[in-house]
Design a binder for this molecule. Structure first.
Ligand SMILES: Cc1ncc(COP(=O)(O)O)c(C=O)c1O
Length: 496
């Protein structure tokens, strides 16, 4: 009898039956764990806390306040309904001129007004997800590759390659220099790809980085721009966190640097942007491709038919982003709140001896739990992750899903929850680490009875067999994708 899977392989396309969506990974499995048992301060205080979602929920009060004060910006209010028909009827793929103008102005403001953006180069996409894919469709044929420094955003596997057929070649970075991208690492990845007969079409970077929460400095950006010019390949800069910078050094985007690099071929430079992070609006699906290459703008615009921003959203945002006072206040308040949250959280971790990579941007930090690993391998990392999700009940994302080259790093999102939830999360971590420390100090006879040996460091001591026997145990292999159809799933609402 033929299996359903093999039958589907005949009936459906290769894309529909391959794994290129990347969802069968712990990164997405963690969401599933949260989905099964979501934490709520009063209704489910022992549930899983979602710390795997890079969402900025710290400034909704400011946006709601603006919406209340500007009812005319919405077509679903008494004040705005007179424009309902004009907004609801057919729109072409260029987008409203006022929307593109407002986005260009916002992008410039986010970069301190030091650079300007031409509204005619702004192409719409369905979030940065859609925008990244548009760029790939414009620049790469199936089998072509983009170099991407590690650790990188796990969904790039899907966004860059699932439908386009392009592939990612990792540029390995490590903690010896705080995961900075170097010319040597770029050259090594490029050379390896060539030896493997892979056609490299470009380099894609995220600045600020997801998951590191760090910004690239000017010199590194210049190195990258020079590298792509030397090789005559493209540079795609995903700048989705450009305004989500809350500490020094301040942000430098590629737009500034291309002006400073002599003989830079601007046709090779493309920016991907979105309002999902900087404005905290991932549900609005506002993605942007900004390319200096006329052919990419022209083709990308036609492709954007597949993922336009709705005209209702364009209208609202055109008005909001054109309001200078609101935007300035929002950006500075957002940075302040993010900084405070980041500092509280990382200080709480430091108190129990957990260190994180020093960061200044993003909605997450990169936590080092190497000393809690039973063994310094990715199996050891996965074992620790299962304890954290099953016992400590925190959904943090393991470094292996970001293709990190060293085991023991975890990404922790900190801006998608209430302050009280942060306190609960910290309390859980404190108690977990405390328990480990206590067990590390018990007499040798008792120690020998434990499942996992302690070699002087803090070690895990959970009983894996007990977990396997208990209902509700999750191993990476058992878990379903969080995107399996589940109408009530919060995971269907949010990505990241
Ligand atoms: C680096 C990066 N690029 C793209 C995306 C996708 O963003 P959007 O929600 O705008 O599609 C994310 C979301 O987390 C991200 O972190």
């Amino acid at each position: 009898m033929r299996s359903l899977a093999s039958e589907n392989r005949q009936l459906l396309s290769k894309i529909a039956t391959n794994d290129g969506h990347g969802e069968n990974t712990p990164y997405f499995d963690g969401w599933k764990a949260y989905d099964r048992d979501p934490f709520h301060l009063t209704k489910n205080p022992s549930g899983v806390i979602q710390m795997g979602l890079a969402e900025n929920q710290l400034c909704f009060d400011l946006i709601e306040d603006w919406i209340r004060k500007n009812p005319i910006a919405s077509i679903c209010t008494a004040e705005g309904v007179k424009d309902f028909k004009d907004v609801a009827i057919f729109q072409d793929y260029h987008g409203f001129p006022e929307f593109r103008k407002a986005i260009a102005k916002f992008m410039s403001k986010v970069r301190g007004g030091r650079v300007t953006f031409d509204p005619d180069r702004i192409v719409m996409g369905g979030g940065a997800t859609g925008a990244n894919e548009i760029v790939m469709f414009c620049l790469a044929d199936p089998g072509d590759a983009f170099l991407v420094p590690t650790p990188y955003y796990p969904a790039f596997v899907r966004d860059l390659g699932w439908r386009t057929g392009a592939q990612i070649v990792p540029v390995h970075c490590d903690s010896s220099n705080n995961f900075q991208v170097t010319k040597q690492a770029l050259e090594a990845a490029y050379e390896k790809a060539q030896n493997d007969n892979i056609n490299v079409k470009g380099l894609l970077i995220t600045n600020p980085s997801n998951p590191l929460g760090t910004t690239l400095d000017r010199q590194t950006l210049k190195t990258l721009v020079n590298f792509v010019n030397d090789k005559n390949i493209h540079l795609v800069c995903d700048e989705i966190y450009a305004a989500t910078v809350f500490d020094y050094p301040s942000y430098v985007g590629v737009t500034e640097v291309v002006e400073e690099v002599e003989n830079c071929n601007k046709d090779l430079i493309h920016i991907v942007y979105s309002l999902s992070k900087d404005m905290g609006l991932p549900g609005f699906r506002v993605g942007i491709v900004y390319s200096y290459n006329d052919a990419v703008v022209s083709c990308g615009r036609k492709m954007s038919s597949f993922g336009l921003v709705s005209s209702q959203t364009q209208r609202l945002l055109a008005s909001m982003l054109d309001d200078d006072v609101f935007v300035s206040n929002f950006l500075s308040e957002s940075s302040k709140r993010l900084k405070k949250r980041y500092e509280n959280f990382t200080k709480g971790l430091e108190e129990v001896g957990i260190t994180c990579l020093k960061s200044n941007a993003g909605l997450f930090f990169w936590m080092n739990l190497q000393r809690l690993l039973k063994e310094q391998t990715f199996e050891g990392e996965m074992a620790l992750w299962l304890v954290i999700i099953n016992e400590v009940k925190l959904n943090v994302s393991p470094g292996s899903s970001f293709q990190c080259s060293e085991p023991g790093w975890f990404r922790v999102c900190f801006a998608n929850m209430e302050e009280e939830t942060v306190n609960v999360a910290l309390e859980r971590i404190r108690s977990f680490v405390g328990k480990e420390a206590k067990q590390a100090a018990v007499p040798p006879v008792a120690k020998a009875k434990r499942n996992w040996r302690n070699n002087g460091n803090l070690r895990l001591s959970f009983n894996s067999r007990r977990h396997e026997q208990e209902g509700g145990f999750m191993s990476a292999a058992h878990m379903l994708s969080p995107h399996s159809p589940m109408p009530q799933s919060p995971l269907l609402r949010a990505r990241t």
